[in-house]
Design a protein. Structure first.
Length: 153
């Protein structure tokens, strides 16, 4: 499997995710730039999750059957959006509990097929459907910490 390079014009790798892309802002997905797509790529899939969530990995965004492109637009729905951990078919941005700092992983997969799974599919179903069809993958990690509320001393 080859490696994709994933970047975003919205934030740097390992850098802070602007509040625009979080529950404290517009709650829209950031744009993602994809480099290194294999020629045999038939579709793309995206998984964005938070492995630092207190109750285990929290899935914020699942999208698949994205037409082959080197750029996923900001605030877009370029494919089928599956069921995230909020039981919603949409991007739900970083929203950590308390004031802890979390890492968010934006993973992009180049697939040799289009997936035949239902829109209600969760990450487990998506990952299973992608098995043996991933030509390349890459990730971009950003960090986010909620803005501390001003409290009187």
């Amino acid at each position: 499997m080859s490696t994709l390079t994933i970047t975003s014009p919205g934030f740097k790798a390992e850098g802070p995710i602007p509040s625009k892309y979080t529950c404290e802002g517009e709650n829209i997905n950031p744009a993602l730039k994809i480099s290194g797509l294999p020629e045999r790529t038939k579709s793309l899939a995206v998984i964005m999750d938070d492995p630092d969530a207190p109750k285990g990995v929290f899935d914020h965004w699942l999208m698949w059957n994205i037409e082959v492109t080197d750029f996923i637009e900001e605030n877009s729905k370029q494919g089928i959006q599956g069921m995230n951990s909020y039981n919603q078919h949409r991007y739900s941005g970083p929203c950590p509990t308390g004031s802890s700092r979390h890492c968010y992983h934006f993973r992009v997969y180049a697939l040799d097929i289009s997936l035949d799974i239902l829109e209600d599919s969760d990450k487990r179903t998506l990952v299973h459907a992608m098995e043996n069809h991933i030509l390349a993958a890459g990730s971009l990690v950003g960090v986010y910490q909620k803005v501390a509320e001003n409290k009187p001393a």
